[in-house]
Design a protein around this ligand. Structure first.
Ligand SMILES: [Zn+2]
Length: 255
């Protein structure tokens, strides 16, 4: 009876929380303002990431049980540390940073989904992370992930709790990445890879997070796709359906 009652209360609480506050998605359109990101074939990364992010936000806004916030809604410059700060302030449940890729190898194509690195990153990923981190960070000093428990608990206990939370975020981030990878292949075909890289923006947020490179702007064919508003709509739809599917599996875990 006691256990059943406890489970019942937990179920009601989680339903109440999700109905009251919803699942908070933070969309981070990469770059902006003076930082245009990659620029090829007459297109800027910062413009494409903002268009796709807005389309995605609109779809999420119209969905029950989901709230959405954009780290930028206009073409403005944001420091790398502003993005996690914004996500924490909004009490995000999931963070997605949207970018377009580039490579000196012009034939490189496809989707790349990055999660926080736990293994040593390969050379290409390090190069990309260096480029993205540089562009965003400017001269700002790198900040680590803030402790969530330091105020309530002793240093040693809060370190353990922060580690547990970090493993949980990583597990969820991998799950979100896998859902997106299979949806992308189903909807759009081509190539899709999950990779790890020390991107500051996803390694300093206290929530499951992925960084998505939605295609290579350095590839002429993909640049045309990325610039096309109809294709941007389709990309946003695939991202949207993936987030919904990921949320459903998070909800199942709660119950
Ligand atoms: Zn970028």
């Amino acid at each position: 009876m006691g256990e059943n009652y406890r489970q019942y209360v937990m179920l009601l609480t989680s339903l109440f929380l999700s109905l009251t506050f919803g699942f908070q998605v933070i969309i981070d359109p990469g770059h902006g303002g003076v930082d245009t990101g990659a620029a090829y074939y007459g297109a800027n990364e910062s413009e494409i990431t903002l268009s796709v992010s807005r389309l995605l936000a609109k779809k999420l806004q119209d969905t029950r049980g989901i709230n959405v916030s954009l780290s930028r809604t206009k073409d403005v410059s944001l420091d790398l540390s502003d993005r996690p700060k914004f996500a924490h302030k909004q009490k995000g449940d999931f963070f997605v940073s949207i970018h377009t890729n580039s490579s000196p190898e012009k034939r490189a194509t496809g989707l790349e989904i990055y999660i926080e690195n736990i293994l040593p990153a390969d050379q290409d990923s390090l190069f990309l992370a260096y480029r993205e981190n540089q562009i965003h960070a400017g001269a700002a000093k790198p900040e680590g992930r803030p402790s969530q428990y330091r105020e309530k608990y002793s240093a040693e206990v809060s370190t353990i709790l922060d580690d547990i939370a970090k493993s949980h975020y990583l597990f969820s981030s991998i799950e979100a990445a896998q859902v997106l990878k299979s949806k992308w292949l189903e909807d759009r075909g081509g190539k899709a890879r999950i990779r790890q890289a020390p991107f500051r923006v996803i390694s300093t947020v206290n929530m499951p997070s992925i960084l998505v490179e939605i295609g290579f702007l350095s590839n002429r064919k993909e640049a045309e796709i990325l610039k096309n508003p109809r294709e941007q709509e389709k990309i946003a739809e695939t991202l949207y359906r993936s987030i919904i599917k990921y949320k459903e599996s998070v909800d199942k875990r709660k119950i």
